[in-house]
Design a protein around this ligand. Sequence first.
Ligand code: ADP
Ligand code: MG
Ligand code: MG
Length: 889
Amino acid sequence: MGRYVYDFTQGGRDMAGLLGSKGANLAEMTRLGLPVPPGFTVTTEACRAYLDTGGEPAGLWREISAHLTAVETAAGRLLGQPDDPLLLSVRSGARFSMPGMMETILDIGLNDESVLGLAKVSGNDRFAWDSYRRLLQMFGSTVMGVDSAHFERALTDLKDARGVPDDVHLTADDLAGLVATFQELIRQETGEYFPQAPAEQLRRAVLAVFESWNGERARLYRRREHIADDLGTAVNVQRMVFGNLGPDSGSGVAFTRDPATGRPGLYGDYLPDAQGEDVVAGIRNTVPLTELERLDPRSHTRLRAHMETLERHYRDLCDIEFTIERGTLWMLQTRVGKRTAEAAFAIAAELADEGLITPDETLARVGGEQLARLMFPRFDTSRTGDPLAHGLPASPGAAVGAAVFDSAEAARRASAGEKVVLVRQETTPDDLPGMIAAQAVLTSRGGKTSHAAVVARGMGKVCVCGAEELSVDIEARRFTTPDGTVVEEGTVVSVDGSTGLVYAGSVPLTDSAVIRFLENGSTDEDATGLVDAVARVLARADTVRRLEVRANADTPEDAARARRFGAQGIGLCRTEHMFLGERRKLVEAMILARDEAERAEALGALLPLQRQDFTGILEAMDGLPVTIRLIDPPLHEFLPDRTDLAVRMATAEARGALPDPRDTELLDAVNRMHEENPMLGLRGVRLGLVVPGLVAMQVRAIAEAVVRRTKAGGSPRAEIMVPLVGAVEELRIEREEVERVLAEVSQESGIAVHCPVGTMIELPRAALTAGRIAQEAEFFSFGTNDLTQTTWGFSRDDVEAAFFSAYLDKGIFTTSPFETLDRDGVGRLVRIAVDEGRAARPDLKIGVCGEHGGDPDSVHFFHTAGLDYVSCSPFRVPVARLEAGRAAL
Ligand code: ADP
Ligand code: MG
Ligand code: MG
């Protein structure tokens, strides 16, 4: 039979799923012998049962009554007893802390009679009436559904009438009057009297807390924090203690260390003569905890001792809520406290030094996203004004620069030494030079995996995307905010990629010490502790991880940086990025070639350039594997836009000029190559199979680079990767061509060039026929971006803006499958391909080179799935190292 209620003496911290984290920790403190007001917890299971059926679970009230009797017996008085009432708090508390998101009702048990008893035994009329009006207010709004604004208005009216600034100045009579007003208000609004029976108050309060799980605020919070909707909340019922009984009482919150920096030592706020809710409400000014030492040294000493007990017991930073009732200290809540990324590292290292946690636990205490946050420069948040715009925080960090509206202008100003922010509606590969030149990218459209976001993250560049409230006018070179502020080209703006906020002017920056350390091993004076903590954690991760970490890099500079960040090779070198800019004309010439000779000439011009690229990259990664992917995107991406071209020709015609014959030729080619679904069209291996000479040129460039590096005394380890294979036959034919060229170059140079040939697994068919494909492939690399697109049938460039937010709202997924690998679907294909690939070829090397390679959750999946390595952008390499280590714990 289901058991729905646990006394605080019966639970413990490992029961958070059932008792909620607040309940589990109240029980833990009780077991530790700390002074916790007695009480009991109604389980999340009871909540789920209630929410499922809409009715009170059978037997629940009987269990609650029995536990209530125990609390009453211990206190020697009854709930709401007229001459000396026991009062209760009814507190929500879910598995994952959702601060302030659900309801708490204090002072249950007061009614028209017991308020008089409370006044008498406490000797404090004002306190009794104030408690009663609080109950009416909380119960009236939370349980009975009266708009809380009504109560606040009545309170304000009373204060105005009395001419006092805050409720502390209201007298007992004032508050007794307010109680009458509130009761009348409840009756008017609901047609019902406030329930005088204490048991009924309790019963209804418990059910109302259950209901609050589905309140709008709570749902929204869960969505944002990726907390499941079906967990339910527990309800803690606890004897009230009173911080508002006079100057020898009070309430406070405290941390065992500074949650911002991790520095040891009590840290917190105290408010004399107040209930806990007043501390956070900010009605009166709190005093620092050190002040309590002067006000009540005995309680302060006890508090310190309890907090030390808690930190040693939990072996982590704890935060607590406490109340002092007439000189007696009570602990009302504790949990392992939230902290900044910096504090997370500092605390983990320090607890290890204190011998409280092992090196593995130290690693478990920090996360890749926290490390990422430490790697970016930040704004000094105390010095920002109101934001100009809100967008999606797509790539973290802080950047300041003059707003510019196209790639050319960005490049022009940047080369003159100016810092710029590239503002676009959205970006395309054409904007790449501008993105490289810019400090940050700001777009008004697109999600967190839009082109702008992905590319910016890859470059470690700040990006805010999808700032839909901005109207970006590229022609007029300005954007306009909803309140009508116009930002012209050249105006300086500050972009915070960690929060998604954009500010006018230049917000001062703080540099990241961690990035300087990772880049060149240098340590800032004021960050030795932090840098040391990061270094230790990474060293531990490197010791325990099984996954190798490679980088996605297309230039010698990126390769070198990735190597400094700890990359063990390149998992994806995209050759098409080498065809942009100046070289685009050469690709165009190749596409437009009318005969073999012209094509050979164009390819011949590309060859030395590619060879030079590969030589530089192989040099930067000397001794480590470099996986070079043969050309992947559809060729028309290298041709001008069809509409632009047509407009240009029409304009020429309108002027009476003859169209440029080259334009005519281009338009023909563009029309010929136009595809409705280019991502599913002539690209990847398909290009290599139908465009003569292209693959041969690329392979020759790779092989000749290997020869050069070998002759220069290096150890080049190029690997050749064929994209978008769906059938083993495609790979077999392509591979023959690759081997032919390698043999040719070996013969010409006298140096035997061996390059492993492998394939990307990025189509469901490739995953499903991986056993056969492995016969021709020496390695697999999962292209999880395309694999996600083709498995879900989502066009990444279209779906995010179109309906992902609706999908997230409806709970179809809690994170975009382009950010975190979809384990059930795409992950299943990955597992099939790993199993069948290895069965066919036991020494098959398997990695992943999609965006997911740097995503913490996905890295854990790849570890479990048995991959050999993950590959990600250079700036994610330390993150992947860390997470690969944590996955191996
Ligand atoms: P939250 O989850 O929003 O922090 P709590 O359940 O902690 O909500 O309750 C809010 C406040 O109510 C607490 O800060 C505490 O000061 C006060 N409170 C709760 N239970 C009691 C109690 N038994 N005695 C006195 N105050 C209480
Ligand atoms: Mg609390
Ligand atoms: Mg791909």
